[in-house]
Design a protein around this ligand. Structure first.
Ligand code: GRG
Length: 295
């Protein structure tokens, strides 16, 4: 099979954006809510999570439309977490994806409610008949995603982060916090795409799980590096925020050079193990994108 990865990336981005647009074309008595949901979702994110879902679905020969829908709903969850993360009561940020954050435009209360609505719509879509996987698989996928975002994942990681702002924490605690806050949703993005397909054994699923956790960690180490090295214009959000808030990061704990070395080794190791999987060209390409990104 010939994989034109750049073309795949471009086409997939267009499909994700178009699907998200149609998922957020909603008739409701509250137009402001939908406008706000669209403002913070249809605004040029990298779409790394749905792209990961799509790339993993290729390995298990899942239906592309199913993978697109699953990935796009995960992106809606990601958008909700960014809105809440930017609120004055949390990170208090005024710029996201190069534009004013949601609460700057719509106010804190509507921003909070917009996040809640994006959260709920993910599960409304996933449990609907828009997805053609079996009921058993659908439940597994919903369970995986729900598990990744609540007390066992993202919200737990965010709470640990919040409670430790201004404190220096040991490296293993930093790693645990990121595994939950960022890694869990990235893991779910990959594994849900894989689960939508067929014909894999438990041992193959375990290997994908290991790969997805390593990709989540690479994403975060790189995120800490670019937060410290890139400017706000390139990042599309306030640069050097971690240091300003006195947060522990891979850069503050290890130093920039060691953090870069750690990302380099992790990237090399992930590529080595992904290459052992058939049809993993898109996943390799996205791992490179995660490693080489500057925003
Ligand atoms: C209150 C239920 C409830 C949940 C909120 C705020 C929160 C819990 C979680 C925040 C999790 C969070 C914001 C993690 C940071 C993840 C991160 C590194 C975001 C940047 O992701 P990119 O680089 O951004 O993929 P784009 O803009 O490209 O999508």
């Amino acid at each position: 099979m010939n994989y034109d990865v750049k073309e795949w990336h471009k086409l997939s981005l267009a499909k994700i954006d178009s699907l998200m647009d149609s998922l957020l074309t909603i008739k409701t008595p509250c137009e402001t809510l939908v406008e706000s949901m669209r403002y913070s979702s249809l605004n040029g994110g990298k779409r790394i999570r749905p792209l990961l879902t799509l790339s993993a679905s290729v390995l298990s020969h899942a239906n592309v439309e199913d993978a697109l829908l699953i990935g796009s709903t995960i992106e809606l969850i990601h958008c909700f977490s960014l809105i809440h993360d930017d609120l004055p009561i949390m990170d208090n940020d005024s710029m996201r994806r190069g534009k004013p954050t949601n609460h700057i435009i719509y106010g804190d209360a509507v921003a909070l409610l917009t996040g809640d609505a994006l959260h709920a719509i993910c599960f409304e879509i996933l449990s609907s008949n828009k997805i053609s996987v079996t009921a058993e698989k659908k439940i597994k996928i919903i369970n995986l995603i729900a598990n990744a975002i609540g007390v066992h994942g993202m919200v737990c990681g965010q709470t640990i982060d919040w409670l430790n702002t201004g404190k220096k924490i040991p490296l293993h605690e930093l790693q645990q916090m990121h595994t939950l806050k960022t890694g869990a949703l990235i893991r779910a993005s990959i594994l849900s795409g894989y689960l939508a397909g067929d014909g894999f054994h438990d041992s193959q699923y375990q290997r994908m799980d290991d790969i997805s956790q390593k990709i989540g960690l690479l994403f975060q180490v790189v995120d800490d590096i670019i937060d410290a090295t890139e400017d706000s214009h390139t990042l599309g959000k306030t640069a050097n925020k971690d240091a300003e808030q006195n947060k522990s990061t891979y850069v503050t704990l290890l130093g920039l050079e060691e953090a870069k070395k750690s990302a380099l080794n992790l990237h090399k190791n992930i590529i080595e193990i992904i290459k052992l999987e058939n049809n993993s060209e898109y996943l390799q390409y996205l791992t490179d994108q995660i490693y080489y990104r500057n925003s």
